[in-house]
Design a protein. Structure first.
Length: 203
């Protein structure tokens, strides 16, 4: 079985995440997409994260109606901070009959060369990339990044998927909840109910 791993803190999971995950499950050669809830991203302050269990529960609620989308807490059991290369090794040992690939946004592809052991990841795993709106960058870096990006885009293990461009962020949702604004259209209904019932993100 071909599994696409969609990593994220999902703090909270929103309709944008589901649009991308479902598109990958329906419009690529992947059989399933696993939403891997990250307990601690090395690039984010852990203090800003909702409890691991609550974020996992919201992914369960969001994925209930999508049989090809599965929640995963695999990184909860691994040493922190979590590095993707270590998670991939663990998964391949646990599920030797599965073929694991990564799902990432085009913005993350640009920083792939900074990942721990990224060469080993590319050697053993495919990467499915969905489009993101590029932000402006320092002009002095443009040439270097363009060359790096071109190298990755032409790599045989990297597949560019013509998925919808979704620019919804969990940060935007959290900030709006704190300000008392209505964010229901941005969240799966059961996730919004869970957040509202538990008064999350209001302080």
């Amino acid at each position: 079985m071909k599994i696409g791993l969609y990593f994220g803190t999902f703090n909270p999971i929103h309709v944008g995440h589901l649009i991308i995950a479902n598109h990958m499950a329906e419009h690529s050669d992947l059989d399933q997409v696993w939403m891997v809830v990250t307990p601690h991203n090395p690039l984010k302050k852990k203090s800003s994260l909702l409890d691991d269990y609550h974020r996992l529960q919201m992914v369960h609620l969001a994925a209930e109606d999508f049989p090809k989308i599965k929640p995963s807490d695999i990184e909860f059991k691994l040493d922190q901070p979590n590095y993707t290369v270590n998670t991939l090794v663990h998964l391949q040992e646990k599920y030797p009959n599965h073929e694991f690939s990564l799902i990432m946004g085009e913005d993350n592809l640009k920083s792939l060369h900074k990942w721990k052991n990224y060469e080993a990841i590319l050697e053993h795993h495919a990467i499915y990339v969905y489009p993101r709106i590029s932000t402006e960058i320092d002009t002095s870096l443009k040439g270097e990044l363009a060359q790096q990006n071109l190298m990755f885009k032409n790599h045989p293990k990297i597949h560019l998927i013509d998925a919808p461009v979704v620019e919804i962020s969990s940060t935007f949702i959290r900030d709006n909840i704190k300000e008392g604004k209505n964010v229901q259209p941005l969240l799966p209904h059961k996730v919004w109910e869970y957040i509202d019932h538990n008064n999350f993100y209001k302080k």
